[in-house]
Design a protein around this ligand. Sequence first.
Ligand code: NDP
Length: 263
Amino acid sequence: MKLFAIFGDPVAHSRSPLMHNSVFEHLHVNACYTRVHLHNGARLKETFFALKLSGANVTVPHKEAAFKACDEVRGFAKKIGVVNTLINENGKLIGYNTDADGFLYAIAPFQPIQSVLVLGAGGTAKALVNKFIDEGLNVSVLNRSHGRLDYFKALGVATYTWESMPQQPFDLIVNTTSAGLSDNEYPAPVELLEPLIAACNFCADAIYGKVTPFLALAQQHHKVSKDGADMLLGQGVLAASLFLEHAFNNEQIETQMKKSFLL
Ligand code: NDP
């Protein structure tokens, strides 16, 4: 039996085991998917091989550590330095990123979108901002601190902290911060955030399974909005396709994975 896992800290909230086990069960794949609470990202690689994993997903805060741990990084992950999917390929650790395409799948019904404000500047923001630039969108990034904004400045993106952010309209606002994940915080001060939300058309949160303060504000303003569940599904389908070595098509995987969302 092949063993897969998700690494994170925290990781207890993750729905990935349910999603992937649903696929394995219904497609009759002899495999099991579990979760690993990992405090120290530097121990990712040794833990992966000690557990004899065939593959894994990586969540907050270890995606950049996962990139560093890989023997080889492929595709979009190489461009952004962020890995969320690991494959054991003949004893070598191969890294991929399926988050950004998963998010594009999630926001496909949000049309038209030309301008996006991304809240947060971590691994998820890197993936989404690069994908949005590839899609020809006009992107701005707002983060609570300066440190991580240099990466985005170098991409030619407008970057702001809470102190420098002007009020301007965006088609879409995306929360990629972890504010609201295990606390009840807004991703930016509410007096800054509320007028930005009031002036936008669509809101999306990467956090799933709860109405974060950000999403609650979007709903109060009657914005078309969604949490991170569809993003989770989108990235999960693409990761499962890698785990299953493309033996099934994405529609087959999606059908089985969606069943876990009813549990
Ligand atoms: P990172 O740790 O890489 O980045 C976190 C970002 O959030 C940083 O920019 C940080 O700012 C900011 N931040 C953290 N706490 C606060 C706060 N209280 N107020 C304002 N800003 C804050 O995280 P990831 O990018 O890996 O993940 C971010 C979120 O996205 C997580 O909640 C994760 O669960 C979710 N996610 C969901 C997915 C899905 O499939 N639905 C996929 C991927 C991620 P600073 O730089 O100042 O520290």
